[in-house]
Write a protein that binds this ligand. Structure first.
Ligand code: CA
Length: 411
């Protein structure tokens, strides 16, 4: 929705980024949850109740859904956390678009074929694109986040920065409950309030959620048809154009000046063709896009021409790498064949790991006596520390990053 409100999966990825060694002590001190005054919290809720933002919420509903609330200090830690470094795009893509997710996506594409066809008829959004968003946002409904939304949003409405923003989301969350779309115990999600299979913020829910299965509730938590139709509605609202591809990987002519490359700097396809660009296999650029911008996520790596539909994917999460993950996954689920690589490799000799490889790495670390808990495929702080120890032993760069080189050596 917005970069601020990370999705469940993005939160997991960010949570997986370790702290730089020199930052560990101060950052840990910073990470201690503040103690929050419950009297102050209750007074804040009482004041909020009568503000214009909450005018759609009846006093009875407000009392019912906030009656036993206590503040949750841990969301303030997450609100203030700054990522220590940006994950390289090839690590990002390796975990978000792995063989497992492509396989699950193809199965979902097949299982929901009829629903997806009706959704495309109504919104213009292609089935494989809806599946791509679903897979990246919530792993096809498997990662919804587990934090009670009302508690998180109430806390963020009364403490910390951006209270005005969160008050709007808090009010919208209460309205979702008041209107009976979702039952309270199912309204859980990320710390910032993204929830359900589409990972919508509550305000986005009221702009884009759809009751597709016709039961009168817009249930993006438990109804797959509602969730898929809501995703398509979001993309339609964001300017998705029926029948256009998101873009395609391209080959640049030798010596091409990429300094002005930007998704936003769109030119007619004919102009790109005249500049010598072709599809990745060398064939001429198709006319399926009226205009496109040149996206180069990493200098020397794969290049893409992207159109208006890529921008609609971007608006889902305000990250070009995120949009590329969705776009790439959407292509792969609509094709057959193995592998997830682009035609041009990433400019690295140590690409990232899939979720299966993360699990394998963790099993190898456990076997070497590292206390990292269970091999869940999520690279958390304990796994990072164990990786650093092994990197030191092997004479690698000590950064806690899970990559192919380390996995190869530990095998
Ligand atoms: Ca419904």
């Amino acid at each position: 929705m917005i970069s601020f409100a990370r999705t469940a999966l993005a939160a997991l990825l960010v949570g997986a980024i370790s702290l730089a060694p020199s930052m560990t002590t101060s950052a840990q001190a910073q990470d201690a949850p503040p103690s929050l005054d419950s009297a102050e919290f209750n007074a804040c809720l009482n004041n909020l109740r009568i503000t214009p933002a909450f005018k759609a919420i009846s006093p009875a509903a407000f009392a019912r859904f906030t009656g036993d609330l206590t503040p949750d200090p841990s969301v303030l830690v997450l609100l203030n956390r700054q990522p220590e470094f940006t994950m390289p795009v090839w690590d990002y893509l390796a975990v978000l678009v792995d063989d497992e997710r492509v396989g699950d996506g193809r199965a979902a594409h097949d299982k929901w074929r009829d629903v997806l066809a009706q959704i495309e008829q109504q919104t213009g959004v292609a089935p494989n694109v809806v599946i791509g968003v679903w897979g990246v946002e919530s792993n096809f409904g498997q990662n919804l986040g587990g934090r009670p939304l009302v508690q998180s949003l109430a806390t963020l409405s009364c403490f910390g920065r951006r209270q005005t923003y969160f008050r709007g989301e808090f009010a919208a969350a209460l309205r979702i409950l008041q209107e009976g779309h979702i039952v309270p115990e199912k309204l859980v999600g990320s710390w910032a309030g993204a929830f359900g299979q589409t990972q919508f913020m509550p305000s986005t829910f009221f702009r884009s959620a759809v009751d597709f299965d016709g039961d009168g509730r817009r249930d993006i938590v438990d109804s797959v048809p509602d969730a898929l139709a809501s995703t398509a509605k979001f993309l339609q609202n964001a300017g998705y154009r029926r029948g256009e591809p998101w873009g395609f990987e391209v080959r640049l002519p030798a010596g091409f000046d990429t300094s002005g490359a930007s998704r936003k700097n769109k030119q007619p396809i004919a102009a790109w063709r005249a500049s010598g660009l072709t599809l990745a296999d060398g064939s001429p650029l198709p006319d399926s896009l009226p205009s496109a911008g040149l996206l180069i996520p990493a200098r020397g790596g794969p290049a893409f021409l992207v159109g208006r539909n890529f921008d609609s994917l971007y608006s889902y999460n305000a990250s070009e790498n995120y949009a590329l993950a969705i776009a790439h996954l959407s292509n792969l689920v609509a094709q057959s064949g193995n592998g997830t690589a682009f035609s041009t490799p990433w400019p690295t000799d140590d690409v990232g790991l899939s979720r299966a490889q993360n699990r394998e790495l963790q099993i190898l670390l456990l076997a070497r006596g590292h206390d990292i808990g269970s091999a869940d495929g999520m690279i958390g702080a304990k796994t990072r520390e164990a990786i650093k120890t092994e990197q030191q032993r092997l004479g690698h760069k000590v950064d806690g990053r899970a990559g192919q080189k380390l996995l190869g050596e530990l095998r």
